[in-house]
Design a protein around this ligand. Structure first.
Ligand code: NAP
Ligand code: GDD
Length: 352
């Protein structure tokens, strides 16, 4: 049985990837960090919490990363953990540089020293292209395009991208960069714009909220469906040679189109509810990102199936359903966070 270690298993992609790999027959390990409130709701939501092995580790703590590798002895490492919110990276640029950037070297160095045969996936991002998406006139971006990061987050990811290539070329580690464009789902964090919009639209439609406050409505993104993107991560590690791939839908839509579509699903006019609020603007914002996934299609046989309209429908309908159930008195895992009784937490004490 193959073994995989996922850093950031409690996040959107980590949870979907855990489910995907379990369905493929993998023994799945994931790192999580101690928080004041447990955060396993996505794993519970996908009904995989009791099927994965959890190892406490923090990206700023090299020893905990080494221990996670020793406990799991993985064939494949999927490094997804990061401070992943672009807006927050302007508030905490140094911490973001450490956790999102430098920590990639901590993991690669631990792999080089303890298990150099392990394959490594790095969650790179379309944000690395930044201003290039504007300078090239909005054309779709591929693996050969110029990187021009526009946030501390993007700069940290660009460091991670290059250190991944350096360990591949210097030490022969099977290390790949997945350059993923935005991908969304009902498991997205609430602060990201698609889930924020879907959640507020659902609440407004049920009389639970009155307005939706947003920042830059002109920004354009290439939004895909997260469960399909985790399959691309796995495919990249099944190839003969390590390489880097853009994963995207090839379509860009503005935040304005997103709100128009989302309010339309519940039969409301967005202009009556959306307020522009300076708090949600960023000191710099990437104006437009659209990806060219033709290399991934040609070489690893991946292509997107869920397009923008369907994605927004999935997200809004799910939020309406959640809030209707909430109104009927049902509670969700994130309303009552807990460590479930049957857990599979592996600590270093078990190895002593
Ligand atoms: P996410 O939902 O924000 O998940 C991030 C994960 O990282 C969470 O499990 C989080 O743990 C963990 N983490 C954060 N700081 C940590 C630390 N100091 N030590 C250990 N773990 C830490 O992000 P996502 O959407 O799943 O994205 C996964 C990865 O892909 C990220 O690296 C992101 O930057 C990258 N990416 C995402 C997209 C996208 O559109 N979703 C596109 C391109 C690249 P907690 O649950 O404890 O906070
Ligand atoms: N979050 C947020 N909240 N974004 C808003 C808002 C708001 O109220 N109003 C407008 N926006 C705009 C942002 O300024 C940005 O241009 C766009 O909506 C998308 O913002 P996010 O959903 O926060 O995502 P992101 O594109 O900045 O970053 C996501 O995608 C990257 C890949 O391109 C994250 O998942 C990153 O981790 C990922 O690398």
């Amino acid at each position: 049985m193959k073994k995989a270690l996922i850093t950031g298993i409690t996040g959107q992609d980590g949870a979907y990837l855990a489910k995907f790999l379990l369905d493929k027959g993998y023994d799945v390990y994931g790192t999580y960090r101690r928080l004041s409130t447990p955060n396993f709701w996505r794993l519970e939501y996908l009904e995989v919490f009791d099927k994965v092995n959890l190892i406490p580790a923090d990206l700023s703590d090299t020893g905990s990363i080494v221990e996670a590798l020793k406990i799991s002895q993985p064939d494949e490492v999927y490094h997804l953990a990061a401070q992943s919110f672009v807006g927050a990276s302007f508030e905490t640029p140094v911490a973001t540089g450490d956790v999102t950037g430098l920590a990639v070297t901590r993991i690669l160095e631990a792999i080089r020293q303890t298990c150099p045969e392990t394959k490594f996936y790095f969650a790179a991002t379309s944000e690395m292209f930044g201003k290039t998406g504007l300078l090239n006139g909005g054309k779709s971006l591929n693996e050969g395009d110029f990187f021009y990061p526009m946030s501390p987050y993007a700069a940290a990811k660009l460091y991670g991208y290059w250190i991944t290539r350096i360990y591949r070329e210097a030490y022969g580690i099977f290390a790949v960069n997945g350059i993923l464009f935005n991908h969304e789902s009902p498991l997205r964090g609430l602060e990201f714009v698609t889930r924020k919009v879907a959640n507020e639209v659902a609440k407004i439609s049920l009389g639970l909220s009155k307005e939706l406050r947003l920042g830059n409505l002109e920004a354009k993104r290439d939004w895909g469906y997260a469960p399909e993107y985790v399959e691309a991560m796995w495919l990249m590690l099944q190839q003969k040679e390590p390489d880097d791939y853009v994963i995207a839908t090839g379509e860009a839509h503005s935040v304005k189109e997103l709100v128009e579509k989302a309010f339309g699903i519940v039969g409301l006019d967005w202009k009556e509810y959306v307020k522009v609020d300076r708090r949600f603007f960023r000191p710099l914002d990437v104006p437009c990102l659209v990806g060219d996934y033709s290399k991934a299609k040609r070489k690893i046989g991946w292509e997107p199936r869920t397009r923008f309209d369907k994605l927004i429908e999935i997200m809004v309908e799910e939020e309406v359903d959640r809030w209707e159930r909430w109104l009927r008195g049902e509670r969700f895992p994130w309303d009552a966070p807990n460590y479930p009784s049957e857990n599979r937490i592996l600590t270093r004490a078990l190895r002593m």
